[in-house]
Design a binder for this molecule. Structure first.
Ligand SMILES: [Zn+2]
Length: 244
């Protein structure tokens, strides 16, 4: 049987049968790929720690016609992000990233920007980057790479530059105080500077983020309102993050 291979990040695994796992991979060139790893729960199995969530791996697999799941024949660990997940808040956050990618990334389609984004935020967190800032960085670029980040530089209606503003109902723009039909999702003025910053910079590992925590929380609320709208539900992992 011909074997394919891909560089991928393991998004999650679940148990199936007595000894096997289903693994969901996010491949650099092939998007989301789901496969069965036979024997992955046996003691001393050949997969070792390569199927831990967020492991960067070389996955070898083959597919049978008309089956949604491929068969994973091998998985070599390239880079591990196991240790940063000892902190529950980081582990939850990574589950949230994985849920968004699995929900939005089309199966078997190249998603290079999103793949590089995931790698960069993982490395940032591993390097001691601020969790809230890294989360906002991911959320904003995630929206941008899916074409879902609206132009927030001017009012949708009168094009005036925005200071105080509210998100449009369909999250496809913002309105100034004179034009807004509803005052529900207020957008913090700091979001403009934040979006300019992230377009020019990689996520800030190690050093202090260039925005204060209060601003980050408000910026994340706006970004999450857009994500929830387009996902048509609140991500399960986000509900969990909020109830902590
Ligand atoms: Zn206006």
């Amino acid at each position: 049987m011909p074997t394919d291979q891909a560089e991928a990040v393991v998004l999650r695994t679940s148990n199936i049968g007595d000894q096997d796992k289903i693994a969901v991979f996010f491949c650099r060139e092939k998007g989301v790929l789901r496969g069965v790893a036979k024997g992955a729960r046996k003691f001393g199995n050949r997969f070792g720690s390569s199927l831990e969530p967020m492991s960067v791996v070389h996955v070898f697999y083959y597919e049978k016609e008309r089956r949604e799941l491929v068969t994973v024949s091998g998985c070599d660990l390239i880079e591990s992000f196991f240790e940063i997940q000892a902190e529950p808040e980081t582990a939850f956050l990574l589950t949230y990233f994985a849920e968004l990618i699995e929900e939005f990334a089309p199966a078997r389609a190249r998603e290079e920007v999103l793949y590089r984004l995931l790698l960069s935020v993982l490395r940032c967190l591993k390097g001691g980057g601020d969790r809230e800032f890294t989360a906002a960085y991911f959320e904003a670029w995630f929206l941008q790479s899916n074409g879902l980040l609206p132009d927030l530089s001017g009012c949708r209606n009168c094009r005036k530059p925005l200071v105080a503003s509210w998100l449009a109902l369909k999250k496809d723009g913002a309105y100034c105080p004179d034009c807004t039909p509803v005052r529900k999702d207020e957008i913090p003025p700091a979001i403009q500077g934040f979006l300019r910053w992230i377009r020019k910079n990689p996520p800030a590992g190690g050093c202090a983020p260039p925005f204060p925590p209060g601003e980050m929380a408000a910026i994340r609320r706006s970004l999450q309102a857009m994500i929830v709208y387009h996902m048509e539900r609140e991500p399960r992992s986000l509900q969990f993050l909020k109830t902590k």
